[in-house]
Design a protein around this ligand. Structure first.
Ligand code: SF4
Length: 250
């Protein structure tokens, strides 16, 4: 069920919920994961459709939920090391900066997951040294980005793609530990796309290929496209891994 967290300013965070303990979301750390609601993309293969479209009337639950979340964090100060902020797309939240500051004040490491659509927010977060790890999705090679993220290609899309590219550059030059990752969807991606992705993000510290699992997805019609399609992740990895510090499949 969706709920809302207010972080103490005029703006507030729209939060879909939080998972109290994760052993896998933050590399090498015990963490909790908080899910923001709302997204700038509409990837048909999205596994969190309930977070992509905001549907809740938020007013009634604001303060109690904020209290609950931060009380939970305070109680886990000695047991958990980090907080993963994921979505949806966290950087579209109006109170993102204050929200992270409050988490940092409690002494937690912060990992941010992003689709890279808001380099302006990302730059502020990096400049203020508010995050300790960034994970950014590379949805596809630039030429195929629009169809992959479910957005109609217009002149505006070109500027969105420019923003994604800017985010890649900001992250690669930030000195903050990071990873790029692509969920590989048969029927959407081809092996050739990864040659282009490798050219684009060549020299990246870490790049993950993520296996697509057809469970709950944003656009059920995608199943017609993926039906009987296969893509060999090992072969892709063999071809492009020399471009990265570390590359893996998960
Ligand atoms: S998979 Fe796409 S639509 Fe879903 S949260 Fe991530 S960027 Fe948004």
């Amino acid at each position: 069920m969706l709920s809302v967290i207010i972080s103490g300013s005029d703006f507030f965070m729209i939060i879909g919920g939080f998972q109290k303990l994760t052993l896998i979301d933050y590399p090498g750390k015990l963490a909790t994961t908080v899910f923001t609601s709302g997204c700038s993309f509409r990837c048909p293969f999205c596994h969190n459709p309930e977070l992509v479209v905001e549907t809740q009337n938020f007013a009634s639950v604001r303060n109690s939920t904020e209290k609950e979340f931060f009380e939970f964090l305070k109680k886990r100060k000695d047991k958990l090391q980090g907080v993963c902020i994921t979505g949806g797309e966290p950087t579209i939240q109006l109170d993102m900066i204050n929200f992270i500051k409050k988490i940092k004040k409690l002494g937690f490491l912060v990992k941010l997951d992003t689709n890279g659509s808001r380099p302006d927010v990302l730059k502020k977060i990096i400049d203020l040294k508010l995050v300790d790890y960034i994970a950014m999705d590379i949805k596809n090679q630039p030429k195929n980005y629009a169809k992959t993220v479910g957005i109609v290609e217009t002149q505006n899309f070109a500027s969105l793609l420019d923003r994604v590219k800017l985010s890649v550059d900001l992250i690669m030059y930030s000195k903050i530990p990071y990873e790029f990752r692509t969920t590989v969807v048969p029927g959407i991606h081809t092996a050739k796309d990864f040659l282009e992705i490798a050219k684009w993000i060549k020299g990246a510290r870490v790049y993950w290929l993520q296996k697509y699992e057809e469970t709950k997805i944003l656009d059920p019609k995608l199943k017609n496209k993926t039906k009987n399609k296969k893509i060999d992740l090992e072969k892709i990895k063999e071809k492009i891994e020399k471009n990265f510090g570390k590359m893996g499949i998960r």
